[in-house]
Write a protein that binds this ligand. Structure first.
Ligand SMILES: Nc1ncnc2c1ncn2[C@@H]1O[C@H](COP(=O)(O)OP(=O)(O)O)[C@@H](O)[C@H]1O
Ligand SMILES: O=P(O)(O)OC[C@H](O)CO
Length: 513
């Protein structure tokens, strides 16, 4: 567990506070009008692994941490609620919680997006009709990643829950809904809402109508009474009740990857970003129409500002990138800090022939294979832990390459440069490798905290703190750029090896397991 307490340059008020409820930690960042960070507070929460493939979070711990980091960031900034014009929310997506609306108690730990316990249920739902059963309505393939099957699992497995849900005593939410409900008063009148981006990851929302889909609800046996109201990503949902931000409007909600798209100011069709955190998620703005994917990407909502038309995106989701580095640190003990992987990997020239495909939660885009499990291929006596460290970093870069290839096929847009952000982008070797494997420049902005920034931007637009998206674009500044240095022949031959290693992960889990 580690906590971060940072104070950066103080700007002049007023300010916007953004809360990022992420997979490994919750943080609050206060921004000034130039989009500069004024203060940060962050706290990690426990990762609970009850069985192989199962991942849970304690939602009560998360809410306590959110309150602490909000108080911490406000304190560090040396300001009060009166200086804060709005609160923006962003969150790990798909992570699913059901709670009792009368007591505010979660009925079970939250089922995290990486959790694979709904594999069998997804297969069952797709039996005869296939994985694309709900793709036309939702833009998503049937996979354990999404929230809907997780809700169904909870209703089926927590004793007495279905009856309580049908009576109207139970609320469902992804972490945006949980934070907003608590922030706006909880059992004392908290608002039960979600935004279009988070709703688009439930597999329960019709992407064309921005409404819960009755047919899917009935196929998944989920009572409508548990569902939050779907709202735009930038509007005032309610006001904070109690706490250090008492009375401040809660004015945005965006899934963290969509928030990063917004924070990177990808407001035009064809603009894309990739965020390197626990997992990696590349999103491309596709304008006001959903684009169907034929190459394993997701069709999702990018954002919706108030009553404007929603903007859609194509997404390539990679389940395991930064979490592989954590695994090397915590489970393997090969490094002491995440940053050390760069030193270790830089001590050798190449991967020594080793390829590491981290299919720990199956493979997400472009394969969507829940029967895949991780492999290290190409091992010989020559391979050292430094080669493995290099293969770990290369895994992130190759997985991105597979996504950009699919993105080009689906959208017809050739990648000219990739905007990046997230914790892993502090790794220079990784960023250079990425540029080499993509054969395109990789660009990182001055404010690498684009997730919080995007939530702050959306909240600021909702309350008139910023006039329009052009004002936000003016804040984007390049901090670093990496350009390709790799020989094309070498790239092609290594890419072939990577794809061969990927094939070897498939089919490891057999149906009867
Ligand atoms: N220098 C580094 N090299 C490689 N990975 C790193 C480095 N620093 C952090 N990470 C990885 O980045 C992730 C944290 O990034 P962050 O954007 O905070 O993630 P999240 O928002 O998903 O919690 C962790 O999984 C960590 O292992
Ligand atoms: O919390 P992060 O940054 O790992 O993001 C998780 C994604 O939203 C999962 O879809």
């Amino acid at each position: 567990m580690s906590d971060t307490h940072t104070t950066a340059s103080h700007g002049h008020g007023p300010f916007i506070a953004a809360i990022d409820q992420g997979t490994t930690s919750s943080r609050c960042i206060v921004f000034d009008k130039d989009g500069r960070i004024v203060s940060v507070d962050q706290k990690e929460h426990e990762q609970i692994f009850p069985k192989p493939g199962w991942v849970e979070h304690d939602a009560a711990e998360i809410w306590t941490n959110v309150q602490e980091v909000v108080a911490g960031a406000i304190d560090k900034a040396g300001i009060t609620a009166a200086d804060v014009k709005a609160i923006g929310i962003t969150n790990q997506r798909e992570t699913t919680l059901l709670w009792d609306k009368n007591t505010g108690e979660p009925v079970h730990n939250a089922l995290v997006w990486q959790d694979t316990r709904t594999d069998a249920l997804c297969k069952e739902l797709g039996r005869n009709v296939g994985q694309d059963r709900f793709r036309r309505e939702t833009g998503l393939p049937l996979a354990s990643y999404f929230a809907g099957p997780k809700v169904r699992w909870l209703l089926d497995n927590v004793e007495g829950l279905r009856e309580r849900a049908e009576r109207g005593d139970i609320l469902f939410g992804t972490m945006d809904s949980w934070v907003i409900w608590n922030l706006t008063g909880g059992t004392e009148g908290g608002v039960h809402v979600t935004d279009v981006t988070n709703a688009s990851r439930t597999m329960l929302m019709n992407l064309h109508e921005m409404a819960w889909d009755d047919k899917i609800l009935s196929s998944m046996e989920i009572p409508a009474a548990v569902l939050p109201e779907i709202r735009s990503s930038a509007e005032v949902y309610g006001h904070a009740k109690g706490g250090v931000l008492d009375g401040v409007p809660v004015a945005s909600a965006l899934g963290d990857q969509q928030a990063a798209l917004f924070g990177q100011t990808c407001f035009s069709e064809g603009e894309a970003k990739s965020t390197y955190g626990t997992g990696t998620f590349m999103l491309m703005n596709t304008g006001d129409k959903p684009v169907n994917s034929y190459n394993g990407l997701l069709t999702t909502v990018g954002y919706q500002i108030g009553d404007q038309k929603p903007v859609y995106a194509l997404e390539g989701s990679i389940a395991v990138t930064g979490s592989l580095v954590q695994w090397m640190r915590d489970q393997m003990g090969m490094i002491k800090t995440a940053a050390e992987i760069e030193t270790l990997a830089s001590s050798v020239e190449d991967n020594g022939g080793a390829y590491f495909v981290p299919a720990f939660s199956g493979l997400f885009a472009p394969y969507w294979r829940s029967d895949a499990r991780g492999v290290i291929a190409g091992l010989t006596r020559y391979v050292t832990k430094a080669h493995i460290a290099r293969a770990v970093l290369e895994a992130t870069a190759w997985q991105t390459r597979e996504i950009t290839d699919a993105m080009t096929k689906d959208s017809g847009v050739e990648l000219t440069a990739l905007k990046v952000d997230g914790g892993m982008t502090s790794n220079n070797l990784l960023m250079q490798t990425l540029s080499d494997f993509l054969d395109a420049p990789v660009v990182r902005p001055m404010v690498a905290e684009t997730t919080c920034l995007g939530a702050a931007y959306a909240a600021g637009l909702a309350v008139g703190f910023w006039p329009d998206t052009d004002a936000l674009r003016a804040n984007w500044r390049r901090a670093a750029e990496w350009t390709p240095r790799m020989d094309a022949e070498q790239r092609d031959s290594e890419y072939k090896n990577w794809l061969k290693a990927v094939e070897r992960t498939m089919g490891w889990i057999e149906d009867e397991e």
